[in-house]
Design a protein around this ligand. Structure first.
Ligand SMILES: Cc1cc2nc3c(=O)[nH]c(=O)nc-3n(C[C@H](O)[C@H](O)[C@H](O)COP(=O)(O)OP(=O)(O)OC[C@H]3O[C@@H](n4cnc5c(N)ncnc54)[C@H](O)[C@@H]3O)c2cc1C
Ligand code: FES
Ligand code: FES
Length: 478
């Protein structure tokens, strides 16, 4: 059944929005229509966290709470979810434990950032039973404060360890669950003035919509697409939202590869990857913020073909495959060759990324590094990834890929060649570093100069082999 009414749970009631403007942001809706102005607008591009709200999603018989940036979420993405705003945390005049902690530990001065911090900490409070330092720092990595400083906020978060977690959201959970179940997510089709929005629930439906609306813009997490509206101030006339398609939200594995469905939130893959590719997981930990990773996808990152897309050099070095569907055909494309030019891919109109396959290379050593001006929530100046098979101190196979060094994320083919069937030696490493100059001609931009980028790329190569040497006890010949 298709509907043009977006239904969501708010303050334990089912709310409906008939035929909303598909380009309206959730932040705008909350402030201008719900008249709840506790949620603030700072940057309007997902970078400051002032607009953080929490959405509750039904997962089996439980609610998963996600902090998201309302400034870059479109209203129809609320379908089937629970919306929680900072105003909703106070119950009958009593502050929520997270709010009390912020007061007790002096976590606020001017107060502009405070609702956003409170909502990020509220999501942490609901999703974890104890709050380790790492959990606290991850939870607020997407929130900026220009005046209080982070120490009192972190102390407030730590103090929550002694709370009994019996807030009124827990007391009301049965009611909320029954309301979420009642909504039963439907397929959404909106035509608002000249703007169209589709949220299919299955791949079959998606294929049908793509056939009739081939010029539509696909949107998954929307962390890239939404900026067309909020920053470029343009309308998007036809959108197809993919993150309602449950059959695309999966991670499966066999003994050859891991397969990640296109609408799987990055945060899910971050914890999965820890076991098999710890360096991949470490890079994802520094990818945007929790608010971004709660919604964004690897498929979205690949489709942007951004030269500084962080998963891309890693997927290139891992020789990943992209499963592309559309027009009733399935194609398995290698990620090598998928990026054709600046922000261009081999995807054609009417096609979409269904999933990504990452091969298991059990004998291999996989390493990845991200260099950015800030540790958290910052875009790479250079990202490097190495995947090698070493046998008896000899490199048998190697793939090296860099982001931030070219107009597309790219393999370092000249550099790779020199390593194959070689013993590691200082001479080889020096030659390889020089060959990077043949592989890449980086540019100077706001993030880094071309000289800096090349120097960093060379240093990362050296760092990688020094670490490999230490780990594998390989002798590097002088
Ligand atoms: C504050 C902030 C921080 C960020 N930090 C980082 C970072 O650290 N590293 C990084 O690499 N990026 C970062 N990004 C960029 C962005 O979050 C990523 O590129 C993200 O992975 C995009 O995924 P998405 O699901 O949100 O894509 P969307 O915005 O939904 O879509 C992006 C593009 O992919 C297309 N698309 C989406 N899904 C599919 C599909 N299944 N098939 C075909 N095409 C599809 C869309 O049409 C669009 O062209 C950041 C963005 C913000 C706003
Ligand atoms: S307003 Fe800055 S993240 Fe939304
Ligand atoms: S209290 Fe002023 S910005 Fe954080």
């Amino acid at each position: 059944m298709t509907s043009d009414i977006v239904k969501f749970v708010y303050q334990n009631k089912i709310c409906e929005i008939k035929n909303p403007d598909p380009n309206e942001t959730l932040l705008n809706y909350v402030r201008a229509k719900l008249k709840k102005t506790g949620t603030k607008e700072g940057c309007a591009e997902g970078g400051c966290g002032a607009c953080t709200v929490v959405v509750g999603e039904l997962i089996k018989n439980n609610i998963s709470y996600k902090a998201i940036n309302s400034c870059i979420a479109f209203v129809p993405s609320l379908e089937g979810k629970q919306l929680i705003l900072v105003e909703d945390l106070t119950f009958k005049g009593e502050l929520h434990p997270v709010q009390k902690a912020m007061v007790n530990y002096h976590g606020s001065q001017c107060g502009f950032c405070t609702p956003g911090f409170v909502m990020s900490l509220f999501a942490m409070y609901k999703n974890f039973y104890s709050y380790k330092e790492e959990t606290i720092k991850d939870s607020i990595q997407g929130n900026l404060c220009r005046c209080t400083g982070y120490k009192p906020i972190v102390e407030a978060a730590r103090s929550l360890n002694s709370d009994n977690k019996n807030d009124f959201f827990r007391k009301d959970k049965t009611i909320t669950l029954s309301l979420l179940k009642k909504i039963k997510k439907r397929s959404i089709k909106i035509i608002h003035n000249n703007k169209k929005y589709f949220a299919p629930k299955s791949v079959n439906e998606l294929n049908k919509i793509l056939r009739s609306e081939p010029g539509s813009k696909l949107i998954s997490g929307g962390t890239d697409v939404s900026l067309i509206v909020t920053k470029e101030r343009k309308d998007i006339n036809s959108l197809i939202y993919l993150n309602s398609i449950a059959e695309l939200d999966y991670i499966k594995e066999n003994n050859k590869y891991i397969e990640v469905g296109a609408s799987t939130p990055l945060i899910k893959f971050e914890s999965f990857a820890k076991k098999y590719f710890p360096d991949f997981s470490q890079i994802l930990k520094r990818y945007g913020s929790v608010q971004i990773r709660n919604v964004c996808t690897i498929a979205g990152n690949i489709a942007t073909a951004s030269p500084i897309g962080d998963t891309l050099p890693l997927l290139l070095a891992l020789d990943s495959k992209i499963i592309v569907k559309g027009k009733n055909k399935t194609k398995i494309l290698s990620i090598n060759g998928f990026f054709t030019n600046y922000r261009k891919t081999r995807l054609k109109k009417g096609q979409f990324i269904h999933s990504i396959r990452i091969p298991f290379l059990k004998k291999n050593i996989f390493k990845a590094y991200k260099i950015s001006k800030r540790i958290d929530d910052d875009i790479s100046s250079v990202c490097a990834s190495f995947n090698m098979e070493i046998n008896k101190n000899k490199i048998k196979k190697i793939r090296i890929a860099y982001g931030g060094m070219s107009n597309i994320p790219k393999r370092a083919f000249n550099c790779e060649k020199i390593f194959v069937n070689s013993f590691l030696s200082e001479k080889i490493i020096s030659k390889a570093k020089r060959l990077l100059e043949k592989d890449f001609k980086p540019i100077t931009d706001a993030r880094a100069t071309k000289k800096y980028r090349m120097e960093v790329a060379k240093n990362l190569l050296e760092k990688c082999f020094l670490e490999v040497k230490q780990k594998k006890s390989i002798r590097i010949n002088v």
